[in-house]
Design a protein around this ligand. Structure first.
Ligand SMILES: [Cu+2]
Length: 123
């Protein structure tokens, strides 16, 4: 009985965490803000895709888990975060109002070419 209760609490926490990670407080009619944590390393973003609603406010916590400087650059809207190794930098942008896929890349020389790219999917 006791372990069953604990299992329920754990399950609930997992669901809450998943919902928060997946869609922030958004959902339904009112589109709330989205907060995502993106890890940057040599040479990738994790996750490499962010999905947001048109016009949604997106807060990015960009965590550099690598050993050299990395950036998180969006062209549309113009947005850039620069993080040194071990550093987490946060910033907020508003997702484009038009649905589509927008490129994210690291503009440290050579990194984009090495595959350090991601996508902002607006839908
Ligand atoms: Cu980089």
């Amino acid at each position: 009985m006791k372990s069953l209760k604990l299992l329920c609490v754990v399950s609930l926490l997992v669901v809450i965490t998943a919902v928060m990670a997946a869609c922030g407080s958004g959902g339904g009619g009112s589109s709330g803000g989205l907060t995502v944590t993106v890890e940057g390393s040599e040479f990738a973003y994790k996750p490499s895709e962010i999905t947001a609603k048109p016009g949604q406010t997106v807060t990015v916590n960009f965590k550099n888990v690598g050993t050299v400087e990395h950036t998180f650059v969006l062209q549309n809207p113009a947005f850039k975060l620069t993080a040194q190794p071990g550093q987490t930098v946060s910033g907020t942008f508003t997702a484009p109002s038009a649905a589509g896929t927008y490129e994210i890349h690291c503009d440290v020389p050579g990194h984009t070419e090495a595959g350090m790219v991601g996508k902002l999917i607006v839908q």
